[in-house]
Design a protein around this ligand. Structure first.
Ligand code: NDP
Length: 498
């Protein structure tokens, strides 16, 4: 007897990976599965394609990336439909995700030359007879491994920046969203038909592992912290550099002078958009004593209005069926430890959906406070001061994003959050700001996508010095005399010894 798999579970039949909707079980599409040797061939082909792509130079690449941006913008409804069919994401959320991705493609294309291109750097008095030149050259082939929760925004955060920097990319989409991943690759091939500059390899986790070992020059991974550690270990074998965008447990801090309506609205969005399957989702809130009760009431009132269902709802199905057990376990554990469900509760998990759940006064040791839940759930705990909120927010090994609502101290509090990003009086907004770097600290990973740092992440600094005159203080030559060395010592004492 074969076990009946829940809808949305990807299956391999013959040489194909079949992707289905988590809401209906309908097939969203199928893609060929790559063997390890196929992954190696894809990297080899990408290496040749990458040389051509790098040789095009910034202007040509910019032109082609802007064409891709145009195509993505023009066909966004088609792509959003596919994201809905494959991952269950509400179409409106899919459209917003695509808008953000389009913005990143545009910025990366337009800014690559300015950030990475050759430039003169100032010389200093020591070595003044040399000029200094700096540029950031592409690595060659970048491997990109993506998750399923934001199947467009997340991989494009690496892909667009890697391409703009002059690399070829071999992309391994999540097994839960391979069809969307293939769509991105095919759409790029429409505007860059000459060579396979962006290609996809499909399959389960073993294909991702094969990509780590296939000779890529850098590996950009987005996914869970557990898998990030495996990726880093695999890449260590060949000293392949890694960029790791891993999980989070982001907190919102609500200070006493916060606009509570705005805070509640943003908190519900930050916690429940995409059914809470967001790496930078708000999973915990800490509200100071004077505003705690009012804030909880406003959150519950708003979250209670959210609709859940297969289409045209605020919250769609949970994309990865096994995650429903995690969500249920976190809620049950929180309640067993004395937390109160003021909205939802264990019975809110009704496969393939999880309905909004708000838990208050949950002990800090509870899984719902410490571990990534990845569902439309939220804990809200009472704190005496913003400092106490900060201490609790910073107490976990994760450190991805975060949010602060308040006036007088809000920015200062945001700066003290142990995280790579923070939004003040909003949630998640840093992700759409293409001029700002995105990435975490601690168990949330390291390295940055987006912004200038995101471009540099996909390039290596190349430094060149050029002699422009005779050395006044010759020291790096066997022709130097004791008097030269004595003059150098005297000069440096004058310059730096005082
Ligand atoms: P996983 O870690 O399960 O998978 C991520 C990708 O890695 C998938 O493509 C997966 O393939 C692949 N993979 C699995 N095993 C290996 C392996 N041994 N070697 C190489 N690759 C492997 O994460 P999810 O897909 O479940 O995504 C959700 C997670 O991603 C959450 O923790 C979330 O917080 C995080 N995330 C982080 C973001 C950030 O920017 N920091 C953004 C978005 C999500 P397959 O699917 O075939 O198993």
């Amino acid at each position: 007897m074969t076990a009946v798999l829940p809808p949305g579970t990807p299956t391999v039949q013959g040489n194909h990976l079949i992707s289905t909707s988590p809401a209906t079980g309908d097939e969203a599409g199928r893609v060929p599965v790559a063997a390890a040797v196929d992954v190696e061939r894809a990297v080899e082909r990408a290496r040749a394609a990458g040389q051509w792509w790098a040789g095009l130079g910034y202007t040509e690449r910019r032109e082609r990336l802007l064409r891709w941006r145009r195509l993505l913008a023009q066909r966004m409804e088609e792509l959003a439909g596919l994201m809905h069919a494959e991952g269950g994401k509400p179409v409106a959320d899919a459209l917003v995700e695509i808008v953000t991705a389009v913005e990143h493609v545009d910025w990366a294309a337009r800014n690559a030359r300015r950030v990475l291109g050759p430039r003169r750097v100032r010389s200093r008095l020591v070595l003044a007879e040399f000029s200094a030149h700096l540029e950031y050259q592409p690595h060659g082939v970048v491997g990109v491994i993506g998750p399923w929760n934001y199947p467009v925004f997340t991989p494009i955060g690496s892909i667009a920046y890697a391409l703009a920097a002059g690399n070829a990319v071999v992309f391994k989409p999540s097994e839960y969203t391979p069809v969307v991943g293939q769509w991105l690759v095919d759409s790029f091939a429409e505007v860059v038909p000459e060579h396979p500059v962006l290609t996809a390899v499909h399959g389960l986790g073993d294909v991702g592992a094969a990509l780590c070992r296939a000779g890529v020059d850098k590996l950009a991974f987005t996914g869970s912290t557990a898998t990030a550690k495996k990726v880093m270990a695999a890449c260590a074998e060949s000293l392949t550099p890694v960029l790791l965008e891993a999980g989070g447990k982001d907190a919102m801090i609500v200070d006493s002078d916060a606009d509570l309506d705005a805070a509640a609205e943003a908190c519900v969005w930050g916690a429940m958009t995409n059914a809470g399957q967001t790496c930078i989702g708000i999973e915990r809130a800490y509200a100071v004593e004077p505003v705690f009760d009012a804030f909880v009431d406003k959150v519950v009132e708003r979250a209670g209005r959210l609709t859940v269902g297969p289409r045209d709802a605020d919250i769609g199905p949970i994309t990865m069926p096994s995650q429903l057990d995690v969500i249920r376990r976190h809620i049950e554990d929180a309640v067993a430890r004395g937390g109160r469900a003021v909205l939802g509760g264990p019975e809110a998990v009704r496969p393939p959906y999880a309905h909004p759940t708000v838990l208050v006064e949950v002990p800090e040791q509870a899984a719902a406070v410490r571990e990534e839940t990845f569902g439309p759930t939220l804990t809200i705990n009472r704190v005496r001061t913003a400092d106490e909120a900060l201490a609790r927010a910073n107490a976990l090994p994760y450190g991805l994003g975060g949010s602060v609502f308040g006036q007088r101290r809000a920015v200062a509090i945001a700066r003290r959050l142990r995280s790579g990003m923070a939004s003040v009086n909003s949630t998640l907004t840093f992700a759409g700001m293409s001029t700002l770097p995105f990435g975490g600290v601690g168990e949330s990973g390291f390295g940055r996508i987006h912004g200038e740092d995101g471009l540099r992440e996909f390039a290596r600094a190349k430094a060149v010095t050029r002699r422009r005159g005779r050395s006044l203080l010759p020291s790096t030559t066997f022709e130097r005399t004791p008097a030269d060395v004595a003059r150098l010592v005297k000069a440096v004492k004058l310059l730096y010894g005082r």
